[in-house]
Design a protein around this ligand. Structure first.
Ligand code: GLU
Length: 509
């Protein structure tokens, strides 16, 4: 029987969501949509010590920004509400007690000092300092203590935790959609705490219980959770839920651009790219980390880029809209090995989207920036600026930053170009060219400007190459930029002519 696809993204609100987390959410979302399933957001906030104010909101907003729609979650509710584990607190303990009843878990009364001593003892003997199927036999728990002592301790209200009781040596085998069969021996695992002394579940218990209660069919999460999977498999087995255990898919890590080690916040700072979807201000230190949104990336470009960091479509195609990603995505084509983050590729994706978007959309996006610079221009004008500038830049905002000359006369002229290209006779030539332009119709086309320029050069006996860059410099202040004749046609004869005259009067060589 095939189960309805229900997947969840289950972040802990301990800080800003890392871009790798966004990719995990995206793969869940693509999988859910592809299989007409349900995408759930579950906030795993049982660890109050690690709770960071604002983090949940940040997660929700980031997912929305990238275009990941949540079907069930803290905001939209759903049949399994609440979707915040802190609001489900009361639900978990019963399962830990149930495991004790069945003999698959036990009470442990060890104090911090007891645990510390155990660690020291094991380390001294060159053994793993773990609370496991061997070391538990010399600790204070309901396995080593007589039943009446356990009872007395519980009745007196002594503090305890509940630990899973793993078998001594048993192969735990499970299938991972990305990695194939994974086998781990229980001797390598420790008896993890399931219920803490304050009655709160640990991540492992809450995560498995909720996946079960919420009918999760596939657990798609980062590779860092692979070591926890055998424990989770055992929990499903011990709780009697093995039949409905979700299928696992552990995603490859996002690696540093150099390829060694996990992509970290420091790599972003070091190499100048964001590792967070949106800007984040640390509530404790007020330290600000940049994000893709505020750095000017398009959300669909970011989604496209993230999708391809670890997933390889059958052909070598790179550009996918969200519906196309949904259509093409399969977990089987997610690679096992880590995906190297590539800053140049991130730029490239953004540039591709910048070029494909309707000019009107880009114009609306940059209008506020244009206004804030004190420029004024009608929408159609801005749209044409977009068309002329977008091949030269990677970000929409750079159209305004680098194309200021479309809106105002330049105040300065690139000195390097002046030095290289402005000869003693240049001023006279440009003055004559300005005069020739002034003779053109009121709205000369790009060709009109180009023809007037060329015929001047021919008649004056100068190579066009000698005057082309000085002309651009006079009009825009720069040595490179938008296609020159189209740029002049857009700015218009009545502004171009005085600009050339001003430049000639200002540029002394
Ligand atoms: N709360 C875990 C996290 O922060 C969830 C891991 C999982 O998906 O099981 O990533």
């Amino acid at each position: 029987m095939t189960r309805p696809v229900r997947v969840r993204f289950a972040p802990s609100p301990t800080g800003p969501l890392h871009i790798g987390g966004v990719r995990t959410a995206l793969y869940n979302y693509l999988f859910a949509r592809k299989h007409h399933g349900t995408m759930i957001l579950r906030i795993e906030d049982t660890d109050q010590n690690r709770f960071v104010p604002g983090a949940e909101q940040y997660i929700v907003e980031s997912l929305k920004w990238v275009g990941i729609e949540i079907d069930e979650g803290p905001e939209n509710g759903g049949p399994h509400a609440p979707y915040r584990q802190s609001e489900r607190k009361g639900m978990y303990a019963q399962y830990a007690y149930d495991l004790i009843e069945k003999g698959f878990a036990y009470y442990a009364f060890d104090t911090e000092e007891d645990l510390e001593q155990m660690r020291k003892r094991l380390e001294a003997g060159n053994m793993q300092p773990a609370y496991d199927s061997v070391s538990r036999n010399s600790m204070k728990n309901s396995i080593t203590m007589p039943a009446d002592e356990v009872k007395a301790r519980l009745e007196s209200g002594e503090s305890y935790v509940i630990r899973i009781k793993l078998p001594r040596k048993e192969e735990i085998r499970f299938h991972d959609i990305i990695r194939g069969w994974v086998t781990v021996n229980s001797a390598q695992l420790d008896d993890k705490v399931l219920l803490k002394s304050d009655g709160m579940p640990t991540y492992h218990l809450a995560n498995v219980v909720d996946d079960y209660l919420m009918g999760i069919s596939h657990v798609i999460r980062g590779e860092e959770w692979l070591p926890s999977a055998p424990l989770h498999v055992m929990l499903y087995r011990y709780l009697g839920w093995e039949e409905v255990m979700p299928q696992f898919a552990h995603l490859p890590l996002l690696l540093k651009p150099e390829g060694n080690g996990k992509l970290s916040k420091r790599d972003g700072d070091r190499l100048g790219f964001p590792v967070f979807p949106m800007q984040w201000t640390d509530p404790k230190t007020n330290e600000v980390s940049s994000g893709y949104r505020d750095s000017g990336y398009f959300p669909d470009a970011v989604a496209n880029m993230l999708a391809l960091l670890g997933w390889h479509p059958s052909d070598n195609r790179e550009l996918f809209s969200m519906p196309e990603l949904i259509e093409a995505f399969t977990l089987e084509k997610v690679s096992k090995s880590g995906a190297k983050f590539d800053v140049q590729k991130a730029f490239w994706f953004n540039q591709q989207y910048l070029q494909q978007k309707p000019a009107s959309e880009v114009a609306s996006l940059i209008n506020p920036q244009i206004k804030s610079k004190g420029y004024e221009a009608p929408q159609e004008y801005v749209e044409q600026v977009v068309v002329l500038m977008r091949e030269k830049v990677q970000f929409a905002k750079d159209i305004v930053e680098e194309g200021g000359y479309f809106f105002v006369q330049p105040e300065t002229y690139d000195q390097e170009v002046v030095q290289k290209k402005w000869k003693p006779e240049t001023s006279a030539h440009l003055t004559a060219i300005a005069a020739a332009f002034a003779q053109l119709s009121d709205k000369p086309s790009a060709e009109d400007f180009e023809n007037a320029f060329k015929s001047y050069c021919e008649q004056a006996g100068v190579k066009t190459g000698e005057l082309l860059q000085p002309l651009r410099l006079a009009v825009s202040g720069k040595g490179v930029g938008a296609p020159i004749w189209e740029m002049m046609a857009l700015i218009g004869r009545d502004l171009i002519v005085p600009r050339i005259e001003t430049a000639v009067s200002k540029i002394s060589f």
